[in-house]
Design a protein around this ligand. Structure first.
Ligand SMILES: *Cc1c(COP(=O)(O)O)cnc(C)c1O
Length: 371
């Protein structure tokens, strides 16, 4: 039986055609015309004024934090259950990450815990939409307004998703995306910052391009980075963006397929198909083992691997990261929901190119394991 990889992208649209245009024209750097076009079309898709393409979703967060002027002494509230990129961007700016736990059903940040974490030093709330369902945005926006805080929205896993009908990526003062190959649309590596704010957009454009100045190019008032996206990446991005609606539909069908066949395994918690404000787009199809099971996610993943099924563990909370604990952060803090998700959660193959035969194979292996 063939191995079922946890992710495989689908590149059978106009990807080749646009890439060939890059090669034929010689435009392969970030100066090529597809970059601007991708920025414009992507920003329009999420109803933002500006799109700033960058080299990945992690540096999009670095640039966002820097553009907002977040600095030592500042605090930023974020979920503990997320990818390291979120905390890393805050820590690298010299600021302090302040955590909230996850919701046991949506796996998103527990918005009810945010207010209690606001101090006079809080500058921003970083919301991170997790695994396919959006964060409950309204209470966050209300708090941000009330306390004068920035909202940074990490929408890396949310291409094509909406919250109460409005696109994810349209809620932050700055919002960010990733185009890693396991996201709904991919550029191989890549990311995008979107905003409506002219000044923040200009800051991000400058920061991604070494803070070159237009008049005195090699004289720098500030240190930036080279976070530029290439024309080759943007070519892929444009071809993928053309199919975003189709891709979202595909993911929803996968979610439905798995749900129909796995819901009778009582030891598995499946992703919620919807909340009152959104329908799941299943960035990944996550499973959480019930506490009564005598093994943990690591054991199951090992077993599935032996049956030819690729998996990945869930995020490991920021408050349990050795690198952050060694910096003196989160001493003695505990977030039980995130701790449980990290140990009991994993996700099964759910990439865009997954076939029904492969899903059948995954379901078969899981049924055997839990029989
Ligand atoms: C994938 C992801 C990122 C990082 O994106 P890269 O392009 O891999 O650097 C950041 N945040 C979230 C929530 C992600 O899922």
């Amino acid at each position: 039986m063939n191995f079922v990889p946890v992710n495989q992208p689908l590149l059978d649209g106009r990807e080749k055609q646009y890439l060939m245009e890059c090669v034929d024209s010689g435009w392969i750097s970030s100066e090529g015309p597809f970059v601007k076009q991708f920025e414009t079309e992507f920003a329009a898709r999420v109803q933002r004024k500006h799109g700033i393409a960058v080299s990945n979703g992690s540096v999009a967060l670095d640039a966002a934090i820097a553009a907002l002027g977040i600095q030592p002494g500042d605090e930023v509230i974020l979920p503990t259950f997320t990818i390291i990129s979120c905390a890393a961007a805050i820590v690298r700016a010299g600021a302090k990450p302040v955590l909230v736990d996850a919701d046991p059903n949506t796996w998103n940040m527990n918005v009810e815990q945010v207010a209690a974490k606001i101090t006079p030093r809080t500058k921003a709330i970083m919301i991170v939409h997790i695994y396919g369902l959006p964060v409950e945005v309204d209470p966050i926006l209300k708090l941000a307004h009330q306390y004068g805080l920035w909202v940074i929205e990490d929408a890396a896993e949310m291409h094509g998703q909406t919250y109460k009908g409005e696109p994810c990526g349209s809620f932050g003062d700055i919002s960010t995306f990733s185009f890693y190959p396991n996201k709904h649309i991919t550029t191989g590596e890549g990311g995008m910052i979107v905003t409506n704010d002219d000044r923040l957009a200009e800051r991000c454009q400058s920061l991604r391009n070494l803070c070159f100045q237009s008049q005195k190019r090699f004289v720098h008032e500030e240190l930036g980075w080279n976070f530029r996206m290439t024309n080759l990446q943007a070519a892929l991005g444009l071809a993928q963006l053309e199919r975003l609606d189709e891709f979202v539909q595909r993911k929803r069908q996968m979610g439905q397929y798995y749900r129909d066949r796995l819901s009778d395994i009582s030891d598995l918690q499946l992703p919620l198909p919807s909340t009152e404000y959104a329908e799941n787009i299943y960035w990944v199809y996550g499973l959480v083992l019930s506490d009564s099971v005598p093994f943990d996610a690591a054991d199951v993943m090992k077993q599935l691997s032996a049956c030819g099924i690729g998996t990945r563990p869930f995020f490991w909370g920021m408050h349990e990261q050795p690198v952050l604990l060694r910096m003196g952060l989160f001493y003695g803090e505990s977030y039980p929901v995130a701790e449980r998700l990290a140990r009991q959660g994993f996700y099964i193959p759910s990439g865009m190119a997954l076939t029904e035969e492969q899903m059948e194979q995954v379901v078969f292996a899981l049924k055997e394991l839990f029989a």
